[in-house]
Ligand binder design. Structure first.
Ligand code: ZN
Length: 139
């Protein structure tokens, strides 16, 4: 415990952990090691997300749905959550787990692949052939 302040006391040491209010919060994960390829990929996906939000958001789609292996359920994420997740990854090299949206209308959420296909057709009038190949590789 700190004794009553002496006029000649130094200001509280910000690095003194016992005085640091964040000491009582959950520890933060250390920043992730991200390679240049990782960063390029994250930037690419962030650009895509912005495009999805612009094109599909204007159609009333609220975000993406993702199958979660851990709980065996679908998780729904709003555009704003997804964008902040990617921005946080780029800036802080870490992303706090974000709560999936709860009690949502599943018909307003689509998959990443659906977004890609939809946006390719919007922009090129047909599915992007390069993307088609890529998708075959992955499946
Ligand atoms: Zn889950």
């Amino acid at each position: 415990m700190r004794s009553p302040a002496d006029p000649f006391d130094l200001p509280p040491d910000p690095f003194n952990k016992e005085d640091d209010p964040s000491f009582f919060l959950d520890p933060v994960d250390p920043p992730m090691e991200l390679s240049t390829e990782d960063l390029v990929e994250i930037q690419t996906e962030l650009r895509e997300l912005n495009m999805f939000k612009k094109i599909l958001g204007s159609q009333g789609i609220r975000g993406l749905v993702n199958y979660c292996e851990d709980c065996g359920e679908f998780h729904y994420y709003d555009w704003s959550i997804l964008l902040s997740h990617y921005q946080q990854l780029l800036v802080e090299r870490q992303s706090q787990p974000h709560e999936p949206a709860y009690g949502v209308d599943p018909s307003l959420y689509v998959s990443w692949d659906y977004c890609r296909g939809y946006c390719d057709r919007e922009m090129f009038g047909k599915p992007n052939p390069f993307r088609q190949e890529h998708r075959h590789e992955n499946s």
